[in-house]
Design a protein around this ligand. Structure first.
Ligand code: ADP
Ligand code: TPW
Ligand code: MG
Length: 579
């Protein structure tokens, strides 16, 4: 809508935001509306963008973040000021932590009042609140700067190491009028938002020299490698060299989990014994024991391929940094390979094969036993078998035991299909990631959720039903955080801190919104409900009853929780069979 005066045709900030997003190929906004951004969402929809309305900004932000991860275009989340903004901030911080490109756009209150703390409606100094948790934070103070502000936000989100960007849009800027010609001239189409970054020749040569000396080489693929969408190049590098590889959780499927060179089932062995490790888009953070003993050999040498120069030496000295984008770096490494880099010594490959077989047999024995009531193995085996025929299905996974067992048992065959609690191990990503993945792909999503994990974003099942998304939620109902059988040590009436309601009928929640609810207590029932739900393409929730006594405190993170009073003598020691 434009306002015509005698001489000039006027437009406003709302139109400029929509035009700037569309000009840059952004076609979807995830958000929750209210003052001052309701008209922005309305207008975006009127102008042909998709607007997906959520029940909570954290889930909207998580959907935007995962959309960014899957498409390499920043996912956009739109929130109201102060509380809506803060709800969205958790997702923005999580996106930054995980290196996902995302833009959080929030309306904000009158700066003159906010800065003097005079108590405006939803007053908060949002830009400064966002700064420590975002890759970049910008505020647009004039309507003619909206175009450049959005361009800066896009470029900051996707170039170099991707991350979360905050863009503050004061209400008065959105409402401000501007003549159409000036407005049109102010828009910016971002050219080459994530330019290739070619590694230096020396860095590639240094890496090749080190690799040529390796006796026990290993490649670790992280979610940066999955994000880079250099799938064929990475596969060619691994298959040409013959080096065993270990996928980090969200890199599962970059090469299929049943690939003969996968060392996932020999994880502890390869970490402890590898002498040259090629990290591709994976950080040496807590998820990799910081690259240190006792998990790693103290004499291991590292080659690290990463786009962020300051990631190098963050935890361990890196003998051969290769800084650039993964596509360019792996192409250069592949081109530089020498004979000595090909086919690792047989002794190394044999040791891995033996260990893999031993661990695979242990896992197979666990999976062959049918526990009643179901334990994590029994339930996940049923899910694994159904998903074996559907490699196109996205798997969202959060919880503690539900996450750790899920990662180990559910094989992935295609890249970027596994979406999980990530670098923070955060609960609450489930429904947002499921909605984001279904929205950008139109493909089915199966969200395997601990009962606690599900609760963090559970209300979004209304969103899933409202948009009729092909999302099937499986709630692993063991009646608690980790387990459901702990007791109140005071003998009082309140349940223990980890206990949730075992009798909860989660499937009835989705029935309230017209989705299909299933209650299952055996693997046959689970398999049937799951395959029918996926085939239906409609929203469904399967309440899957799990023995409350089978989980482990903190899942596989026991050693981060050493003082735990909840020691269960009967628990099997899992020893990260295949983490
Ligand atoms: P994981 O948790 O799977 O180990 P991380 O999130 O720790 O993975 O690491 C991802 C790494 O990938 C980050 O250090 C990031 O800088 C890097 N990265 C992301 N995208 C690219 C890219 N296109 N090229 C090179 N490195 C990238
Ligand atoms: C935002 C702490 C880690 S895992 C978890 C919590 C609360 C839930 C585990 O129980 P669940 O899974 O989901 O039922 P299961 O199979 O083991 O029973 N708040 C946030 N993030 C985290 N990680 C926590 C709390 C936590
Ligand atoms: Mg639970």
């Amino acid at each position: 809508m434009t306002i015509e005066s005698e001489q000039t045709v006027l437009t406003d900030g709302f139109h400029l935001v929509v035009d700037a997003l569309k000009l840059n190929g952004i076609d979807t906004i995830y958000g929750v509306v209210g003052i001052p951004i309701t008209d922005l969402a309305r207008l975006a929809q009127a102008e042909g963008m998709r607007y997906i309305g959520f029940r909570h900004e954290q889930s909207a932000g998580n959907a935007a973040a995962i959309a960014g991860y899957l498409t390499q275009k920043p996912g956009v989340c739109l929130t109201v000021s102060a509380p809506g903004f803060l709800n969205g901030m958790v997702a923005l911080a999580n996106a930054t932590t995980n290196c996902f490109p995302m833009i959080l756009i929030s309306g904000s209150s009158d700066r003159a009042i906010v800065d003097l703390q005079q108590g405006d409606y939803e007053e908060l100094d949002q830009m400064n609140a966002a700064k420590p948790y975002a890759k970049a934070a910008f505020r647009v103070n004039r309507p003619e700067d909206i175009g450049i502000g959005i361009a800066r936000a896009i470029r900051a989100a996707v170039s170099g190491r991707p991350g979360g960007v905050y863009l503050d849009l004061p209400a008065e800027v959105l409402r401000a009028a501007l003549d159409e010609q000036t407005a049109a001239r102010s828009l910016v189409r971002v050219v080459d938002p994530a330019p290739k970054q070619i590694p230096s020749r020396e860095s590639v040569d240094r890496a090749i020299e080190l690799l040529a000396r390796a006796q026990r080489p290993l490649v670790i693929l992280g979610k940066g490698a999955a994000y880079a969408q250099a799938d064929d190049t990475i596969r060619a590098f691994i298959e040409t060299t013959g080096i065993p590889f270990l996928p980090m959780s969200m890199a599962k499927g970059l090469l299929p989990d049943d690939h003969p060179q996968s060392a996932a089932a020999a994880r502890s062995l390869v970490l402890a014994q590898a002498d040259v490790v090629v990290l591709i888009g994976a950080r040496l953070n807590w998820l990799l024991g910081h690259g240190k003993a006792p998990q790693w050999s103290a004499t291991a040498h590292f080659i690290q391929v990463d786009i962020s120069p300051t990631e190098i030496d963050s935890n361990q000295p890196i003998a051969a940094p290769v800084v650039g984008d993964i596509g360019s770096c792996v192409t250069a490494l592949l081109a530089g390979l020498t004979l000595a880099c090909l086919q690792p010594p047989a002794a190394w490959l044999d040791a891995i094969a033996t260990n893999k077989q031993h661990n695979a047999e242990r896992m197979a024995a666990h999976l062959a036993a049918t526990a009643s009531p179901m334990d994590f193995y029994t339930a996940l085996r049923a899910i694994r078998d159904v998903l074996a025929d559907r490699p196109d299905v996205y798997v969202v996974n959060e919880g503690a035991n539900t996450l750790d067992f899920g990662r180990n048992i559910i094989d992935m065959r295609l890249p970027r299909k596994r979406l999980d609690a990530g670098t923070w191990g955060v609960m609450g990503i489930g429904m947002g990631y499921a909605i984001g993945a279904a929205t950008v792909s139109g493909k089915p999503v199966v969200a395997i959720e601990g009962d606690s994990a599900f609760g963090f974003s559970g209300m979004e099942i209304e969103t899933i039903c409202r948009y009729q998304l092909p999302v099937v939620i499986v709630v692993f109902n063991n009646g608690g955080i980790y387990r459901g059988d702990d007791v109140n040590r005071s003998g009082g009436a309140d349940v223990a801190p980890t206990v949730l309601m075992k009798s909860a009928r989660y499937e009835k929640l989705i029935e309230a919104f017209g989705g299909a609810g299933h209650y299952v207590s055996d693997p046959q029932g689970l398999a049937k409900a799951l395959s029918e739900s996926i085939a239906s393409g409609q929203p469904a929730l399967i309440n899957c009853v799990i023995d409350p006594a089978t989980g482990t405190e903190s899942g596989h993170l026991k050693k981060l929780n050493p003082q735990s009073a909840a020691t269960h003598a009967a628990e099997p020691q899992r020893n990260d069979i295949k983490r």
